[in-house]
Design a protein around this ligand. Structure first.
Ligand SMILES: NC(=O)c1ccc[n+]([C@@H]2O[C@H](COP(=O)([O-])OP(=O)(O)OC[C@H]3O[C@@H](n4cnc5c(N)ncnc54)[C@H](O)[C@@H]3O)[C@@H](O)[C@H]2O)c1
Length: 321
């Protein structure tokens, strides 16, 4: 099977992530069978998808007259066997608990076509554990999206030694064919790539605030209007490349051991002071939201809408819409 042969996909679990994947699959013209455990969950999933599509129209990412056609690509079911029986690609988005993931996979394997590809959205479980009891581990990968998958292009593909490399490539080609930017981890590791990078930055932000060096608001501002705005265009290796006439290598030579003094002073905790920081930083974030311009908003809902509107603008620049 080639990526372009994949026309029918199944989305197993229709919560935050499943409904967003389904929005994307349907938007890219694929037929999607959405499974969830009962009618109430299916109704919630439909509401999420409606809302995702309405926002995409509002932000100018899709035309209003396309919405009915996109919705017509989606079927709903409360039976896994029905969802996967004709699927060529199966995206699993059930709860993040190993026994549940394993039992969903067993149900999928009992009903899916022999060559269907399985990808788990799991944020933290290792694909070697998810597939420990699988009959066909060779066709299973991790396909970890960044929330929400219908907007954020990244998907991290993981595999284990039982995975067939041809299927890793097929998963990558398929995701790329629907506009995702797929990266493949050559070894399994907790947190994958992007969340580890994010946590490294957040550890330092928390440390700066807890040591009284800056406010939570100024830590956020430093990120958004400094490195963050560049990182939406190029990754840090490219930033280094552009920073010196000798490229990245020249930059590394120029920096020498100059960063060691900073590193010696920087956070290297192995335990995040999450509770303590929540208590310190919440008031500062509440104040920051109060002072945002009305255009940005003052509630979580308003700010999330503003974030998504800005995301769509950036995605348009990246030719993702
Ligand atoms: N929320 C995030 O930011 C995020 C980001 C990336 C990946 N993920 C991963 O995506 C997966 C889903 O997360 P979520 O945030 O959408 O959770 P969620 O709780 O919003 O959705 C889970 C869905 O699974 C359904 N479900 C419950 N039992 C099930 C079963 N036995 N079989 C199939 N479906 C079942 C629930 O009804 C619900 O609709 C998790 O593995 C999570 O780690 C989440």
């Amino acid at each position: 099977m080639k990526a372009e042969d994949i026309k029918q996909v199944a989305s197993i679990g229709g919560g935050v992530i499943g409904s967003s994947w389904t929005t994307l699959f349907a938007l890219r013209g694929l037929k999607v069978y959405q499974y969830d455990i009962n009618d109430e969950c299916i109704e919630k999933c439909k509401e999420h998808i409606e809302s995702n599509l309405a926002s995409l129209v509002e932000f100018g990412a899709i035309e209003a007259d396309k919405v009915e056609g996109i919705k017509a690509n989606i079927s709903y079911t409360t039976t896994i066997a029905e969802a996967v029986k004709d699927a060529q690609f199966i995206q699993e988005n059930g709860p993040e608990r190993l026994p549940i993931k394993q039992s969903i996979l067993a149900e999928i394997e009992a009903a899916a076509p022999a060559d269907a590809l399985y990808a788990s959205s799991s944020s933290g479980l290792l694909i070697s554990d998810v597939t420990a009891n699988a009959t066909h581990p060779e066709r299973c990968v991790g396909g970890h999206p960044y929330n929400p998958p219908h907007l954020i292009p990244l998907v991290e593909i993981t595999y284990c030694e039982k995975t067939d490399q041809a299927n890793v490539q097929l998963a990558k080609d398929f995701y790329q064919s629907i506009g995702k930017e797929a990266v493949v981890l050559n070894k399994e590791c907790p947190g994958y790539i992007a969340n580890r990078l994010q946590l490294a930055v957040y550890r330092e932000m928390i440390d700066l605030v807890m040591r009284g060096i800056c406010s939570a608001e100024d830590a956020d501002k430093s990120l958004v209007y400094g490195p963050g705005i560049r990182w939406a265009i190029f990754g840090h290796n490219m930033i280094m490349q552009l920073g010196n006439p000798g490229g990245l290598k020249g930059m590394m030579e120029m920096l020498g051991d100059g960063g060691d003094v900073w590193l010696a002073d920087m956070a290297d905790w192995k335990h995040m002071p999450n509770k303590e920081y929540g208590e310190i930083a919440q008031a500062s974030v509440d104040e920051m939201m109060k002072n945002f311009p009305d255009e940005v908003g003052h509630t979580n809902q308003e700010c999330a809408k503003y974030r998504d509107k800005m995301l769509v603008e950036i995605l348009k620049l990246h030719h993702k819409f």
